[in-house]
Design a protein around this ligand. Sequence first.
Ligand SMILES: Nc1ncnc2c1ncn2[C@@H]1O[C@H](COP(=O)(O)OP(=O)(O)OP(=O)(O)O)[C@@H](O)[C@H]1O
Length: 660
Amino acid sequence: MSQAQYNESSVTVLKGLEPVKERPGMYTRTDSPTHIIQEVIDNAADEALGGFADHIDVTIHTDGSVSVADNGRGIPVGLHPLEQVPVVELVFTQLHAGGKFNKKSGNGAYAFSGGLHGVGVSVTNALSTRLEVTVKREGKIHRIVFAGGDVLEPLAEIGKCAQKDSGTEVRVWPDGRYFESPHHQLPELERLLRAKAVLLPGVRVHLSRPAKGEEAPQTQSWHYPHGLKSYLLNLLENAQEAVPVFAAESHIGADSDSDFSPGEGVSFALTWLEEGSVASESYVNLIPTPLGGTHEAGLKQAVFNAVSNFINHHNLLPRGVKVQSDDVFNRVAFVLSTRVLDPQFQGQTKDKLTNRDALKLVAAVSGDPIELWLNQNVDAGKKIADLAIKQAQARMRSVKKIEKKKGSGVAVLPGKLTDCESEDLRENELFLVEGDSAGGSAKLARDKATQAILPLRGKVLNSFETHRDQLFGNNEIHDIAVAIGVDPHGSGDTVDLSGLRYGKIAILSDADVDGAHIQVLLLTLFFKHFPQLIARGHIYVAQPPLFRVDVNAQGKSKPARKLYALDQQELDGILERLQTEGVRDSAYAISRFKGLGEMNPDQLKDTTMHPDTRRLLQVRIPAGGGENTEHIFVKLMGKGEAASRRAWMEAEGDKVEADI
Ligand SMILES: Nc1ncnc2c1ncn2[C@@H]1O[C@H](COP(=O)(O)OP(=O)(O)OP(=O)(O)O)[C@@H](O)[C@H]1O
């Protein structure tokens, strides 16, 4: 046993920029310094997005440093009223210092921005050997220099400029110690700058590189006064579009009474390709989202609705064919730029948008322009319909090969099962829902094409020690087995999953103790009698929220919002965020769902059932953990284990979730 000391002084509190230096991977990508440069570029682009700057110049210098200059308003240089430190020093040396927090109140310096955490350039500064900031503002030029995140040369006036000139230039010398490679990812940088130019029609973006070996110095410049349309055409290069590229812009108007805020909306360009890989890119407030997210889901929904309406209106659907949204969207190449007031991303690298509202926003604002375009371009519309129908037919042919058996021929499907239309295991899902009233909501909330509902009325038996032959004595278990189309089997048996009727089987129970009990009983059933379904990843647990926070609308700048939290910890996080946004206590109300039945179908759909916005956990047995899991089940579910069960639960109960 190690003799290392562990006492009060073993706990360290990291101050200032230390946490960034200690764990850079939490704050940025560490494969190369490109992301810390992107943070600086994003700030210049935010100035342009607000309409304050119209050019961004990036220069890679021979010594490996990079400078980014914009002609925006210039970072304020005066003292911060509370901190009594020049603001420009503050934003580079303190995490969570920024001008992009107070948007919802309408008091902020930025209405829309990619920046939101006030973290970005402090990270850049912490991970650089040297960083110089030059600000032109109010007729004066100021400069401050940092080294390793600390002030090296305090802010000083270094000259005068014309009163109308303003802007910020940041030059960064990344510290090679923090990055796997010291080299900038040039293609990524070029892509990013080109994208900024596209998304900011009219803004000029330049990149200059020094001479390298034989190569002369290079300057590239991007300027797309026609925005997304020319950019998409550029992206598609050699691909053959089936229909001309269509571009549109649609934002919420100042006097709209929708749930969204004025200025929120989209611009996009899209087309259909007959063959080859389809290019697609999406952005939120100019931040690239390579992993997509809810805004892409919204566009998909709008395109699907518009094309379905067109197909129905022109009576184009052959008998027996049903078009699904993937059939329509699979061949779409698109560039989507979304503006939302309060984007929520997955992590600081912002690869994926997660706001549920964004789906509704994008679907709502893009529907009309797409419908209008289809109606004005009937030939193009017919071609698109034709492509979608062909996709649907190809899908149906491939499904036939792996078609599920409609019942085993022996058992009749349970009467209370509300089945889905799809027979494709890759997309169909069965929800095992606790109670009739929740079952009713789930039926209204489901997508009837792909989601089936089986409400469980009676109590599910604890089947841990029940012999396989006696399982069907319990009605609920009988119905579950027949609905999923698989016979119970043990872990060592050869297993026949050929009758399986759903690719995903999700347990949906209340977020309370009784719900947890039902969840455990069902997990016991699957673990003990259908282990292969778990092993092949077919079993899921839906995660309905426990709390809802209703935030009141406050004038036009603050639309009403509904936020959901899975548990107390998430609720605390939401409340903390509302506080930083300056939302008063009286402006929101917290309610606790007593059960699933209390949620209306829309809420259930948004939080728990819709594939793009729900939370669904796949049930997995940890690798090599089979025996341990068995051991836990014996303790939890075995007979005659009551005493040791109590002891175990007291000691380990809070860890249970980790095993799901
Ligand atoms: N080029 C610039 N022009 C004007 N103000 C700027 C510029 N760069 C930074 N700022 C100011 O500095 C603040 C802090 O920037 P920082 O990059 O640290 O965070 P952020 O952009 O607010 O959020 P995020 O952490 O999401 O990037 C900004 O909010 C803005 O007020």
